[in-house]
Every structure is written in C-alpha cells, then in structure tokens.
Design a protein around this ligand. Structure first.
Ligand code: GTP
Ligand code: MG
Length: 373
C-alpha cells in the first residue's frame, strides 16, 4: 500500500507552497497590470467632469434631453425604489423629463405613482405595434424553435418571446418613438437599479460640451450562445459599407485579433447616457436594418447591448465613448463603485469598491482602457 514517508510529505508541502506562491504572484501581477492601465488611462485620456467647475453651476439652461424608461406595469415597485434614488441623487436638481414606454398601456396607478415621484414632466406612452412585433420576413415557426433551443441551453430569458421583441425595440426603435422626437440626448434607466452616489453636475451638458456620444458605467462579456452569427453578420456589413467605420475606432475593445473574432465585450446597455442622433444616423440605421433583415433578433437572441456597443466601437471615434467612473451604479449582481476615495467622498457614495465587478475576469473595462492607450 502507498505510504507517505516524512521525506515525501516534505516534498508535497514544498510543491504546494511553491504553487500557492506562484498563483499569488500571477494574480498580483494581473492586478498590477490592470491597475496601471487604469491609472494610465485616468491620467492621460479620461475627461473628468469634476475638473470642470462650470458643469456644477446650476444654471437654468437645460438640453433637449430625457430620461427614458422602458418598463412593465408589474415592475412599478422596483421602479419607485430606483426613482427615489435617482431623484435624490440627481434629478431633483435638474428636473429633466421622464419618458416611460411600454408595449401595453400603463395603468392609472403606474402613471399616478411615477408622476408623484418628481417635479419634472412625465410622459407615458404605448409603443406602436410595428416597433414591437415580428417583421413580415421573419418565420415565426423558426423563431419558436430558437426559443425552445435557447431555453434548453439555459440562455437567460431564452424562452421568453417578449424578451426578443424588447431587444429588437431597444436596438432599432426606441430613438424613433414619436415621444423622443424632440430630444437629442437620453439617459436610460431600468427598474430595480441603484444609484450609489450624488451626481452634482449635468451629464447631458458634460457629454455635449465634450462631444461625447455614448456613456457607460459597466462593461462585460455577452453570453456566446445568444449571438452565434452576430459577428459574421457585422463583418459582412462593414465589408459592404466600409465608409461607416471610423479611422479612430475602438476595434481593440471588441476584438483581440484584429477583427477576426468578437471577444464578446460590450457596454451594459441598461445604463446609457447618450446622443440619440447617433442612432438616427445613416450608419446606425443601415446597420440595424441589415441585422434585422438577417433575422438574428429572433433566430438567435441578439441583445441591444452588443448591437449598440459594436456600432459605437466601430462607427465612432474612440474619444466619443465615455466611462462614467464617478457614477456609482448597481444592477443585480453587477455594480460599479468609484474606487477612488476622493470621488466617493465628493459624491457621498454608499458603496464598497471591493464588491466592484470591474476587476473580475468577465469585465471588459481593461479592454476599454487598453483600446485607448
Ligand atoms: N414594457 C415592457 N418592458 C420590458 C419587457 N421586457 C423587458 N422590459 C424592460 O426592458 C428592460 C430590460 O429588460 P430586463 O428584463 O431587465 O432584461 P435584462 O436587463 O437583459 O436582464 P436583467 O439582467 O435580468 O435585468 C427593463 O427596463 C425592463 O423593464 C416587456 O415585455 N414589456
Ligand atoms: Mg435589466
């Protein structure tokens, strides 16, 4: 029988300790590399809203901007918790209008309670049917087969038909909803999210002043099973329309091998502060139309997050994509808390950066920083 001698035990111990030290050093080196990329980015490329005192003066000017919330009647309670924080932390100072969208009519209770949360104007609208239904060229039997398969594969919401309409609406229609016609900028908010810090300036004024088109707080990797042929379709599109690709794009954010394959990185679209005119541009409209004709919103489970992010990464100069480091935000298990003590103090943040998603292996923040430097 196998017996451990003291010499053998010692050898095991040495190997175990050696492996533990090596593991620790690798992790430490990775953190250090990540940290130094972040520091370099913040020092050299980051536009810090807090460095511009003029943004903090509460002048009466307001931009043509709205808070856009797509939501179900059943999500009212979660939404009210979010609105309370959003108003207290930011909008009670600015009173930007709210635009609520729904695929079915809002209830009286929903309208009453959401309107009571703010002094700002609130608008509630039902989405036109053609923006939330199958286009004529989609084979609905094939779409049903996709949903059944996605459900079997445990893809989140893969079996839920409304989720597919929602992703398509957010990809190609929200910015064309008639209630948004008069606005240039939007801030997308979802029910159930938390805002950890005070925001003492107007992010719309900030993005306008700095020529920013798209702002995010969290970036992460998409579930590969939901987009098997999205990248192939994107590549076909840019082959056909190379003129839409910006010479100073962020391709390095979305591909690790010079556009050969997609690395699944995207910005999390449940928080977006952006310029609606980007989506209304010829490049984006053609892009959406191309993806839509292919059918991937129903034959796969393409989400608005990778669609918005790939478009932003390819069609915009990289300087037009902004990371809102100072906006503390949480959605489910994913949170961003400003790691810098000074930023947390100035925003009176109630969060712990130790719990940040940023440093984890599914975060794409370092790819974003690296694409810049
Ligand atoms: N009116 C309406 N809104 C919807 C529907 N499905 C989703 N939404 C809204 O669309 C947004 C995204 O939907 P979620 O179910 O949160 O999907 P997700 O953000 O991908 O998933 P989570 O990580 O679970 O939040 C949220 O603001 C929802 O309230 C729907 O069928 N009708
Ligand atoms: Mg959500």
């Amino acid at each position: 029988m196998f017996q451990r001698t003291p010499a053998r035990n010692l050898r095991f111990l040495r190997i175990a300790v050696g492996l533990a030290i090596a593991g620790f050093l690798v992790c430490y080196a990775m953190t250090f590399i990540g940290d130094s990329t972040r520091q370099m980015f913040l020092r050299t490329k980051y536009i810090d809203p807090h460095a511009d005192p003029s943004l903090f003066a509460n002048t009466p000017e307001r931009l043509k901007a709205a808070i856009v919330i797509l939501v179900r009647n059943s999500e009212l309670d979660q939404l009210l918790l979010t609105l309370k924080q959003f108003e207290d932390r930011w909008n009670k100072k600015y009173n930007y209008p709210y635009v609520y969208l729904n695929d079915v009519p809002f209830t009286e209770e929903f309208i009453e309670q959401t309107s009571a949360m703010t002094k700002a104007k609130t608008y509630h609208a039902t989405i036109p049917k053609e923006m939330w239904s199958y286009p004529s060229w989609i084979n609905q039997t094939k779409a049903e087969t996709t949903r059944a398969q996605m459900e079997l594969d445990n893809v989140p919401y893969g079996g839920l038909e409304s989720y597919y309409h929602m992703c398509r609406f957010n990809s190609g229609f929200f910015f064309r909803h008639p209630l948004l016609d008069e606005y240039d900028y939007y801030w997308r908010v979802e029910p159930g999210v938390d805002f950890y810090c005070n925001i003492d300036y107007d992010p719309f004024a900030f993005i306008q002043k700095n020529n920013i088109t798209y702002g995010f707080t969290i970036s992460l990797k998409e579930i590969a099973e939901s987009i098997p042929t999205l990248w192939k379709t994107v590549k076909k599109f840019i082959k056909k329309y190379p003129q839409y690709v910006s010479p100073d794009n962020s391709a390095k954010l979305i591909s690790d091998n010079n556009m050969e394959t997609y690395n699944l990185c995207h910005f999390w679209s449940n928080f977006e502060i952006g310029d609606l005119r980007f989506y209304r541009s010829e490049a984006y409209l053609k892009f959406f139309e191309y993806l839509d004709k292919y059918g991937g919103f129903y034959y796969e489970r393409w989400g608005d997050a990778p669609v918005h992010s790939i478009a932003a990464a390819l069609f915009l100069d990289k300087s037009r994509i902004h990371f809102f480091n100072d906006i503390g935000y949480k959605h489910g298990d994913f949170g961003h808390c400003p790691p810098e003590r000074k930023v947390r103090k100035s925003g009176k943040c109630q969060c712990d950066p130790e719990t940040n998603f940023d440093g984890t292996q599914d975060s794409c923040l370092n790819q974003y920083f690296s694409s810049y430097i």
